[in-house]
Design a protein around this ligand. Structure first.
Ligand SMILES: Cc1cc2nc3c(=O)[nH]c(=O)nc-3n(C[C@H](O)[C@H](O)[C@H](O)COP(=O)(O)O)c2cc1C
Length: 402
């Protein structure tokens, strides 16, 4: 078994190899919130390089709940642009899935001063996030339908699957965690109640897209927060997702308050030495479930990928940042010509590290989207400030565009 081997998913779809580009928010829109040339360029380039699966950055259900002011929103009116994006992103014969998301409370004050969430628990981060209000029950039902409709729109546009984003502290994750879900109705309290939102979304989505269309889920192994969504809970959720016929489960971890998926600060050194941040958890998943498994976070060498595949620790290797450190990462990696350097973006100020990291890679995304070469010379401080300015300016553009 190696990275070049194909993978048959439960729905019958086949990934031509085991390398997946994990979701990275593109932040490319300018006031209109629809896909544009930068999306087409970037994804056509990535598609031609040979990865079996490309997962888009967050595409959002509502303009009032953006993860970034430069997100794409899933709207029927954008079908022509979504089609162009899907066509470019699958031009190399690979799969490309949209990552469907709702930010919940993780939308900045530049976008929304009164976001909604499972409950009214405020995100603590540099004053950039407002106190949310708890969703009404009828709004929860509407949102479940919106996830499913966004999946169906993705299918009509030509995307070959969807990934439901249930990780990293976004809305579904807010329902899953006892820290952010304080509800006392059937949508909160017990694990069964906290998971209802996710399971309903998967069921209704399956009803809308049919049995032959891949549905993936990105889930946290845990939130890495005391009293938050735990590993034991995550393992149970995964067993249920397998029963619901989910085609690919991607594991990650952390939230905006503790961005383990980017910074890996609380991951044990022994685990990091094995490259993948969430490999210990993957081993536990394998014991409990036969769900096809994608692991993302910290994976860098082809040798490691092939060993992990051979040892049956995972089915798909997810990689994100390496795609933004080289102009032609995937083709050289698959040919065995490249092992990405350990590249670190650090300001030395804890509260800014995730922004520096995200800002640096956002600058690279923008370069690739406009046909420029990767440039690693941006400093961490400049990268962090770039991101804050970028979000502020694009949020203004969204307001002016109405
Ligand atoms: C610039 C950037 C944007 C990201 N955007 C998303 C996103 O939209 N959705 C998501 O699930 N993860 C997102 N991530 C997290 C990645 O998918 C991945 O989980 C993380 O980078 C760890 O993988 P890596 O070590 O291979 O980079 C993003 C990461 C980066 C660097």
């Amino acid at each position: 078994m190696d990275i070049h081997d194909s993978l048959h998913l439960p729905c019958g779809a086949v990934l031509k190899n085991r390398l997946a580009k994990a979701a990275m928010t593109e932040r490319f829109t300018n006031g209109d919130l629809k896909p544009n040339k930068k999306h087409y360029n970037l994804y056509e380039n990535w598609s031609k390089q040979g990865s079996g699966l490309l997962i888009t950055g967050n595409v959002m259900l509502e303009r009032s709940h953006l993860e970034s002011a430069g997100n794409v929103v899933m709207k029927e009116a954008f079908l022509p642009e979504l089609k162009k994006w899907a066509k470019a992103a699958t031009s190399g014969g690979n799969h490309c899935w949209t990552q469907i998301s709702h930010s919940g409370r993780q939308t900045s004050i530049f976008n929304n001063l009164r976001p909604s969430s499972a409950s009214n628990v405020k995100l603590k981060k540099l004053g950039f996030f407002a106190k949310p209000r708890a969703l009404e029950v009828n709004e929860i039902q509407e949102l479940i339908d919106k996830y499913a409709s966004a999946a169906e729109l993705s299918k009509r546009a030509g995307f070959t699957g969807v990934q439901i984003h249930a990780a990293h502290g976004y809305l579904i994750s807010q329902f899953l965690s006892p820290i952010t879900n304080k509800r006392t109705d059937e949508w909160g309290g017990s694990l069964e109640n906290r998971t209802r939102f996710l399971f309903e979304i998967v069921k209704v989505t399956r009803g809308k897209v049919g049995f032959q269309f891949p549905i993936g889920v990105k889930l946290n192994s845990s939130d890495f927060q005391k009293g938050g969504f735990s590993e034991e809970e995550s393992l149970w959720v995964i067993q249920q997702l397998e029963k619901l016929g989910v085609d690919l489960l991607e594991i990650s971890g952390g939230t905006y308050e503790n961005a383990e998926f980017l910074l890996a600060e609380n991951i044990r050194q022994s685990t990091k030495q094995r490259e993948a941040y969430f490999l210990d958890f993957a081993e536990k998943v394998r014991k409990e479930s036969a769900i096809p498994l994608m692991v993302t976070g910290g994976i860098r060498s082809l040798k490691f990928c092939n060993e992990a595949l051979n040892e049956n620790l995972l089915d798909v290797v997810g990689m994100a940042r390496p795609y933004l450190l080289y102009d032609d990462f995937a083709s050289r990696f698959l040919a065995g010509e490249l092992t990405p350097d350990a590249f670190s973006v650090r300001t030395g100020i804890k509260a800014f590290e995730d922004m520096a990291e995200a800002g640096f890679y956002n600058l690279q995304l923008d370069r690739l989207g406009t046909g420029k070469k990767i440039d690693k010379s941006y400093t961490p401080v400049r990268s962090a400030f770039h991101l804050i300015k970028h979000e502020f300016v694009k949020a203004l553009a969204n307001k002016f565009a109405g």
